[in-house]
Structure formats: structure tokens, C-alpha cells
Design a binder for this molecule. Structure first.
Ligand code: MG
Length: 333
């Protein structure tokens, strides 16, 4: 018996009846021989961790654009926090931790430079949603267009990680909620660090229910999800905590995400991404070879291929490209 088979047997004995078992996966689009050590979801987790799009997350905005302070979150640290929350919850509920981790590490791979401003910019000029894009990254952009050939369950969790999505596994539902818990926690922490908010600005009734610090609130929410979802077919919080979380999220939208102090540079980012899009649609010869090949060899619209390229850029790379095309260079001799 291989190590992988032993691990699969352990899953069968140990995991909750509602967990997704590696052995019962609906499989990959292209069949492959199994690994002798790792069950399928563990293998997918490793593929995501090793892909190039994952490494670029370190230079992509979470909320604050190109922050100079060392302690603000980036898309990478956000992803790691989502993964940590998801693993804590999945482990406590005896769900498949490897599946939850794989989905969490992959969920934001399709995020544009400059966070939701970049997403808005691409959606203004074409059609763009970061969760659909995350799936494109793992399906047909990574590995020079060959994709990572992930399992159905990981792909489903990535595609359905947003509020409106309905993941088909409980592990997917855990990640969808863990994403919210993570950003409510760390975006508030960063907003306080950045002087956008103080702890006292948070409505007292929400602090009474959830706690009096960012850390205490995360702790309350994670405990509440676990105790209310034990041996259940759903991942959910108690009505009181759920309501308070939604209120807090609304408060964050009004006071952080749409705060002109934090978002002052966003219009410029939207303009810049829009300009880059127009440029590449007119000058497809300026695209890297992989994307030029995709224009020739696939039936995707030109605009889609340009979106794929721009969405993959880091904040600083997008600025660099904008400079290259639109800012006159100094004479150097
Ligand atoms: Mg996220």
C-alpha cells in the first residue's frame, strides 16, 4: 500500500461524513497518474504554492495602494491569513484541511494590480471578475498556458469564493467565510495603523457582541462558526454574530473601502489600467510570447487575452509598463 493510499484510508476513518474525501474527488480534466505520497488535494495545494501567479501576490494591493509601511497587508499575506482561518475551521470541523488550504491559496490568484480598483477598470473596458480570473489562471494561464490541471473540487471552491458564490463542498464554504473573516480583521487593523479609523469609531453595539479589539473579534467569529457548524451540512454562524459581522462589514465599506483618504489614488489606478488595456488591444505585438501564442492558437477574444496579461501584473509592474508607454523618457548618454 502506498503512503497516499494509507493517507486516504486515514481520511475515511477520521474525517466527518460531510467532508470531501480525496479518494472521492471528481478528478482532473486531464487524467494523470496518482502521486505515491500525496492525495489529490494536497498535490493541488503544492501546485498552487509553486506557481508564478502565487509569488506575484506579494506585490499586489490588498486595500492600501503601494503602501510604504512594512506592516500593511498585501494580497499574499491576505491569502495566507485566509488559509490559516480556513485550516483552523476545517480542522475543528474534521473537514478536509488540504482541500480548504488549496482553495484558500488559489482563491485570489486572478486579482488585478491595485485591488478592486484594477478589477473595476478591466470591467469598465471588457468583462472582468477576479474569481473567474482566478480559475483562468489555474486552468489556462499558468505553466505557459497549459494550466495546473487541478481537481474539480479545488476549481469549484476557487470559482465560488465570493459572497454570491455557492461552493459545492463544505471546504469551499469554509474558505468563502474565512476570506470575509480575514479581510474584516486585517483591513480594520491596517486602517487603524494608517490613521483612517480608531477602535472607538467602531459602533459600541458591534464591539459588545464581537469584542473590543481586532484580534478579539476574529477570535469570536471563528469560535462562533465552529460551534455552530459542528456536524452540520452548512457552515454558518449564530444569527447574532452573523448579523454583527455583516454590520461590521458594512461599516468597513462606508469608512475604509470607500474612504477618500484611503482611496485617493484609486481613480489614477483605474485610469492607468484602462490606458494599458487600450494600448495592448492596439499593440498586441507588445504582449509577451505566451499571450501572442494564445491569440493565434485559441479562440479567446483579443480583449480577453489582454485582460489575462494585465490582471497578472503586479502593482509595480503595471506602473513600470505605463511609464514605458506613456511617459517620455529622459535622454541618457
Ligand atoms: Mg480574498
Amino acid at each position: 500500500m502506498t503512503i497516499r493510499e494509507q493517507l486516504e484510508e486515514r481520511e475515511a476513518e477520521y474525517l466527518s461524513p460531510y467532508a470531501a474525501r480525496s479518494k472521492d474527488s471528481k478528478g482532473r480534466k486531464r487524467e494523470e497518474p496518482q502521486c505515491d505520497i500525496r492525495p489529490v488535494f494536497q498535490r493541488d495545494r503544492d501546485r498552487i504554492l509553486h506557481c508564478k501567479a502565487f509569488r506575484r501576490l506579494k506585490q499586489k494591493t490588498q486595500v492600501f495602494l503601494l503602501p510604504e509601511g512594512d506592516h500593511y497587508r498585501t494580497r499574499l499575506t491576505h491569502t495566507l491569513e485566509v488559509s490559516q482561518n480556513a485550516r483552523t475551521i476545517a480542522k475543528a470541523l474534521r473537514l478536509n484541511e488540504d482541500l480548504a488550504e488549496a482553495i484558500a491559496l488559489g482563491h485570489d490568484l486572478g486579482h488585478t494590480p491595485f485591488g478592486h480598483a484594477g478589477e473595476r477598470a478591466l470591467n469598465n473596458v471588457y468583462h472582468f471578475s477576479h474569481s473567474e480570473q482566478s480559475l483562468r489562471v489555474v486552468d489556462c494561464i499558468e505553466k505557459d498556458g497549459k494550466g495546473l490541471n487541478l481537481t474539480w473540487e479545488v476549481r469549484d471552491g476557487i470559482l465560488n469564493h465570493q459572497t454570491a458564490g455557492t461552493p459545492h463542498t463544505l471546504e469551499g464554504a469554509v474558505v468563502r467565510l474565512s476570506d470575509k473573516l480575514a479581510y474584516i480583521y486585517h483591513d480594520m487593523d491596517d486602517a487603524i495603523r494608517g490613521g483612517i479609523l480608531t477602535e472607538e469609531d467602531i459602533p459600541a453595539e458591534l464591539r459588545d457582541i464581537l469584542g473590543n479589539s481586532c484580534k478579539a473579534r476574529l477570535n469570536t467569529m471563528i469560535h462562533d462558526v465552529i460551534t455552530n457548524s459542528m456536524d452540520s451540512l452548512e457552515v454558518h454562524m449564530s444569527p447574532t454574530v452573523d448579523r454583527a459581522m455583516k454590520e461590521l462589514r458594512k461599516f468597513m465599506f462606508e469608512n475604509v473601502y470607500l474612504n477618500p483618504k484611503a482611496k485617493g489614488e484609486e481613480d489614477k489606478a483605474v485610469h492607468m489600467i484602462g490606458q494599458l488595456f487600450e494600448y495592448y488591444v492596439k499593440h498586441t505585438e507588445a504582449l509577451p510570447k505566451q499571450f501572442r501564442d494564445a491569440l493565434e492558437e485559441t479562440d479567446h477574444a483579443k480583449e480577453q487575452i489582454v485582460c489575462d496579461y494585465i490582471a497578472g501584473m503586479t502593482d509595480s509592474y503595471a506602473v513600470k509598463k505605463f511609464h514605458e508607454y506613456f511617459v517620455p523618457g529622459a535622454w541618457k548618454i
